[in-house]
Design a protein around this ligand. Structure first.
Ligand code: RP5
Length: 164
């Protein structure tokens, strides 16, 4: 069970690195490449096909500007596709958000927040966890750790406030 990540450009890597880090922290194998819906449409189709042959069950597609990548990926597979709109100039990600989220009925893309790479990876992990109890346990542990961290922050804040 693999995740396939596709980015419209290498300039998306600074945002998408956190998706890779997150997948690694759950020991989820992944394939990753740069391919563009507009600049290299044939490569997008080929990467989707090869990823499916290699066991990809979820796709994450990240792109900025007129971000049609996630939608195009979704047109080539019935596996779930998670879109990450990347913030770019001059519209700060509004353009990529709308291009990614406004899919026509029939071909859905699960669109994350602008630059929401970490949640894209977590959502991919959650999809894989539906049929895998080990991954499900890791997600429960992840949430417990997050809860403990927030509690620690609340305790620290209490201390800071009492000292000021
Ligand atoms: C999109 O255009 C890419 O996903 C990237 O976010 C944006 C700019 O690409 P580069 O000009 O940096 O290659 O297709």
């Amino acid at each position: 069970m693999k995740v396939a990540i596709i980015m419209g450009s290498d300039s998306d890597w600074s945002v998408m690195k956190s998706a890779v880090d997150t997948l690694r922290s759950f020991d989820i194998p992944f394939d990753i490449t740069v391919a563009s819906a507009h600049r290299t449409p044939n490569k997008v189709r080929e990467f989707v096909q090869t990823s499916l042959e290699n066991g990809a069950k979820v796709f994450i597609a990240a792109a900025g500007c007129a971000a049609h990548l996630a939608g195009v990926v979704a047109s080539y597979t019935t596996m779930p596709v998670i879109g990450v709109p990347i913030s770019s100039e001059p519209f700060k990600g509004f353009d990529s958000l709308f291009s990614t989220v406004q899919m026509p009925p029939g071909v859905p893309v699960a669109t994350m927040a602008v630059n929401g790479a970490k949640n894209a990876a977590l959502f991919a992990v959650q999809i894989l966890a539906v049929a895998n109890e080990d991954i499900q346990k890791k997600l429960v542990d992840y949430r417990a750790k997050m809860e403990a961290e927030v509690e620690k922050k609340a305790e620290n804040l209490k201390k800071v406030v009492s000292e000021n």
